[in-house]
Design a protein around this ligand. Structure first.
Ligand code: CS2
Length: 486
């Protein structure tokens, strides 16, 4: 039997379920990119507030595949959130996603929902590459195939940006004020980046439209919760706990954090009552999270994968890894972070190490290794820039970048093929084809100005640091390199 509104009363008392009238929930938020992260984060926090105000239900939109819609629609949008750590698992059923749409199948249905006056917020978790931007500069990639498509077919878009601009244009024409945009992706100044890209796209469509989108609210946010991809073993464990099948439960950790700039002209859910923090300027929180958590994550994912570690917890158990990550965070990253008065940075770092070691989360290094070309700039390269400018060391950060180069080339330490997932996987493989010497590999990949900019490739010390780190990895392997930090 399947989880659904009809079977909710069969749930055991140990599983929490919606404490509000599901029938009364109406859509107030359209969320683009209804993946696991959103369902463990914003959707869960919103669920906690629906008893008080049922007008903030979520319409979850997939921009590519119908998988989520197909899994959740037969369940009336209900799904299980399993919160796991060494002490056990807490199960709750979340009911905030009340509508599911698959954009490629029916773009018009998505636009209608976005243009509806009841929609007051359009939020996004479309991952870094969903912004169709140049990661080094944060500006729209006008040559991106989806952008070219959406400029040629504005009423039938493919990209999140195309949907947003068309929906705002329809609202304004109908005399409806624009929704607030809420980017929840791991980009620095995510609200500003989104706004800039939306404006650039609108300008290309029609300068009059650009004037309209200029006033749209686009607060920046820092989002944090570790959410590994769901496996079949997770599905079985959830079915056992619920006594009902759930086609797509979500696994996560107890920790969650959401810091948001408070700029919602048409109102917002009282997310602060569910633990979110509203601030005037989120940038110090973003730098801290992107550089400490995500920078460490990428470093340990590449080094861990190369050393044969399947999960983050396995990678953390490799001799030397914990010391490397601890040193990277404390000595190389922390001095670059803006002040956060009253914030206990050492405690935050220690908690991160514990979160990475969470034995109950099987977070694959391969999952985090994806899309490195889109992630490196804000996770490692910005920090390196700051360290270079300060004349300070960055060996561990350079090792992270070199490990990406080693990984993205597509050959593991035994000479086997790595399934590299990256929008530029083909281009990287092409650049590095046939090259074995560290200096030639480094020079080839440093030509990617959309990743490294033009300043880093011109820095002789940076180039040598990369060559040294990559030479070590190629000669001794990742495990032995890590051991030297133990
Ligand atoms: C991870 C993030 O997959 C990745 O690249 O670094 O998804 C990370 O788990 C989240 O940002 C944690 O908030």
């Amino acid at each position: 039997m399947r989880l659904s509104q009809e079977t909710l009363d069969r749930l055991p008392a140990s599983v929490k379920s919606p404490a509000y009238d599901l029938g009364a929930v109406a859509v107030g938020i359209v969320h683009l990119g209804i993946g696991a992260f959103h369902r463990a984060h914003q959707a869960a926090l919103t669920d906690a507030l629906l008893a008080e105000d049922p007008s903030w239900g979520i319409c979850g939109v997939s921009l590519r595949s119908p998988d989520t819609r197909d899994a959740l629609r037969p369940q009336d949008g209900l799904y299980t959130l399993a919160v796991k750590d060494g002490a056990g698992t807490d199960f709750s059923v979340i009911g905030s996603v009340v509508e599911l749409l698959c954009a490629p199948e029916d773009p018009e249905a998505v636009l209608r929902r976005m243009a509806d006056p009841a929609t007051r917020i359009v939020s996004l978790t479309i991952t870094e590459k969903g912004y169709c931007h140049n990661p080094a500069t944060g500006t729209l990639d006008e040559n991106h195939p989806d952008i070219a498509h959406d400029l040629a077919n504005p009423a039938c878009p493919r990209s999140a940006i195309g949907f947003i601009v068309e929906a705002i244009s329809r609202r304004v024409r109908a005399g409806i004020a624009p929704f607030a945009l809420l980017s929840c992706d791991n980009l620095p100044g995510n609200g500003n980046v989104l706004k800039r890209i939306v404006e650039q796209f609108a300008e290309l469509r029609d300068p009059a439209l650009a004037a309209l989108v200029r006033n749209v609210a686009s607060p920046s946010t820092m989002v944090d919760r570790i959410v590994p991809a769901t496996t079949d073993a997770d599905r079985s464990a959830v079915a056992e706990a619920l006594g009902l099948e759930d086609a797509w439960p979500i696994m996560t950790e107890p920790f969650r954090q959401w810091v948001i700039e408070d700029d919602f002209p048409l109102g917002r859910p009282a997310w602060e009552k569910a633990g979110a923090l509203f601030v005037d300027d989120v940038s110090a929180f973003e730098f801290m999270k992107l550089r400490l958590l995500n920078g460490s994550h990428s470093t340990l994912a590449y080094l861990g994968y190369l050393a044969g570690a399947e999960t983050v917890a396995d990678a953390m158990a490799l001799p030397g890894m914990q010391a490397l990550i601890e040193g990277l965070m404390r000595e190389e990253v922390s001095p670059t972070l803006p002040e956060l008065p009253g914030f206990d940075l050492p405690a935050y770092r220690s908690e991160l190490l514990l979160r990475f070691r969470n034995p109950a989360l099987r977070h694959r290094t391969w999952q985090i290794a994806m899309d490195g070309s889109q992630k490196l700039p804000q996770r490692l390269l910005g920090t390196i820039r700051d360290r270079l400018q300060a004349g300070a060391g960055y060996d561990r950060l350079a090792l992270g970048v070199a490990a990406w180069m080693r990984y993205a080339r597509g050959l593991d330490e035994a000479g086997g093929t790595i399934d590299v997932r990256d929008p530029h996987a083909g281009r990287i493989a092409e650049l590095a084809r046939g090259l074995d010497e560290p200096d030639r590999i480094v020079d080839a990949l440093l030509t990617m100005a959309d990743v490294f900019g033009t300043d880093l490739p011109a820095s002789a010390p940076f180039r040598s640091a990369l060559i040294k780190a990559l030479a070590g990895l190629l000669q001794h392997g990742s495990a032995a390199t890590l051991r030297s930090y133990a």
